[in-house]
Design a protein. Structure first.
Length: 322
């Protein structure tokens, strides 16, 4: 993964994450859905659609993933939707997601700014998409990133589970922190404000939450070394940022988030329990950019009434669609 930083990151020098000055209330960042028993989320990741790709083949391949997931309740794409894509290509992928008539949302990856449009443009399109798209970003807010929001899964007037969709940002060009970017302090404060607000709304009970973002936290390496391995392989070095502001410490302190789902490293698919939090890679969902033939597909995350999770993986090859 590191060579991809050196070859592509500098294209992004002028496209840094948006951050305004306006302060919003926690509730301004929250969307709602009804929770139903065995709520199933389809996670797609690292699609990397570009202008030169055969979209028909790519969409047929993703059709297989939707078929495997068997009518999920929500689709979450954990970043790197595009690389070197123009607006028409971007709109075609969003239209594809929406055509499934299943609620869907996305967060952004580091490659989503290496396109012929800005992440701010993509953010505007998604925020105003309507239809089946659940996306919310307040571009003039005082929180770094382009996709920090929560989806509350409501049951009997309370938050059964909360889904954090967050922006792990893209590249950091500060020479002392050069590399992939990390969650910023204001994002950690934002996360804390949402957890505490939701606790108040839930009668003083901290809501269980899951988190979706793109670049794994730095603790992913210790998690692999020291955690309890539940599933999968590590075929490449994990590439988290070298720098961070203590997000994992805050996550453990607040006790809300029980599992985190991310992408970024295309040929890792492991699930590890570490210090009370599950670290779980998604499955790369196309063959764009580097991949392994036997590690392409998707995973589903089922939330049960008792908040336990069932995670299932589905692998496919392009021989099925060509
Ligand atoms: Fe990627």
């Amino acid at each position: 993964m590191k060579y991809r930083f050196t070859t592509l990151a500098f294209i992004s020098l002028l496209a840094l994450s948006a951050c305004g000055t306006r302060e919003y209330k926690p509730q301004d960042y929250i969307l709602e859905m009804n929770y139903k028993s065995d709520f199933r989320i389809l996670q797609l990741t690292d699609i990397h659609l570009s202008d030169k790709d055969d979209r028909d083949i790519q969409f047929k391949f993703m059709d297989k993933l939707y078929e495997s997931a068997n009518n999920p309740d929500l689709v979450v794409v954990t970043g790197d939707l595009f690389t070197f894509a123009g607006k028409d290509t971007a709109k075609s992928l969003l239209k594809y997601f929406d055509s499934k008539n299943i609620p869907w949302t996305v967060c952004f990856g580091n490659h989503d700014e290496q396109c012929y449009f800005s992440v701010d443009w993509l953010t505007d399109v998604l925020t105003n998409y309507g239809s089946n798209c659940l996306f919310k970003d307040l571009q003039d807010d005082n929180v770094n990133g382009n996709c920090n929001f929560a989806i509350n899964l409501m049951k009997d007037g309370k938050v059964h589970d909360q889904l954090f969709i967050m922006d792990s940002n893209r590249y950091n060009f500060n020479l002392s922190q050069l590399g992939y970017d990390c969650f910023k302090e204001d994002q950690i404060n934002w996360y804390e404000s949402i957890v505490k607000y939701t606790k108040e709304q839930n009668g003083g009970e901290t809501a269980n939450s899951l988190m979706f973002y793109h670049i794994p936290l730095p603790e992913v390496n210790a998690a692999w070394e020291e955690g309890t391995k539940i599933y999968g392989e590590k075929r490449e070095a994990s590439c988290p940022p070298d720098h961070d502001y203590g997000f994992f410490v805050k996550i453990k302190e607040l006790g809300s988030t029980k599992a985190m789902f991310f992408g970024h490293d295309h040929i890792n698919n492991f699930e590890v329990d570490y210090q009370g939090v599950k670290f779980c890679y998604g499955i790369k969902s196309t063959d764009r950019i580097y991949h392994d033939e036997d590690m392409m597909g998707c995973q589903t995350i089922t939330i049960h009434d008792d908040h336990s999770l069932t995670i299932e993986r589905y692998y496919h090859t392009y021989a099925e669609v060509k």
